[in-house]
Design a protein around this ligand. Structure first.
Ligand code: DQA
Length: 137
């Protein structure tokens, strides 16, 4: 089974960025623990701060991989381009948010991704990525 985690802008700063909201673990360390937990899953990770690179990656994996776990971060709330890419590909996409976007600012309450996501995991911290991998098994 081939699953990719795609993280959007500013998520490269996990561990340093607003730790009261996003925690103090780096994503690289968390990702290593996920790979150990699921030795039979071909798990890969991609992060970009650039909208077009996220769209290119969705196109690249979206007709071949078994699952995409997507945290489009701030682009969740702004990007029709990423939403269209999620709609265009065949691989099911699970939308993940580390924080509970619904108890934060109002502009975070709307997601362009959600209507075409096969599932949504919100507010569970980094554990949300683990739950998403589990859901594909
Ligand atoms: C986020 C929530 C977004 O609103 C925010 O812009 C992020 C991270 C989350 O994982 O909680 O960068 O997607």
């Amino acid at each position: 089974m081939k699953i990719i985690i795609i993280n959007g802008p500013n998520l490269n700063l996990l561990g340093k960025r607003e730790p009261t909201i996003y925690g103090d673990a780096s994503f690289e360390d968390y990702f290593k623990s996920l790979q150990k937990k699921y030795p039979n899953v071909e798990l890969t990770y991609f992060q970009s701060n650039i909208e077009g690179e996220l769209i290119d990656k969705l196109h690249e994996v979206g007709f071949d991989f078994d699952g995409v776990i997507l945290n489009a971060a701030a682009y969740t709330h702004t990007s029709v381009g990423i939403a269209d890419a999620v709609k265009a590909i065949e691989t099911p996409v699970i939308e993940v948010h580390i924080s509970n976007v619904y108890n934060r600012e109002e502009f975070r309450h709307h997601s362009y991704i959600s209507p075409n996501a096969s599932g949504i995991i919100v507010g569970m911290g980094l554990k949300g990525y683990n739950l998403a991998v589990q859901s594909f098994n």
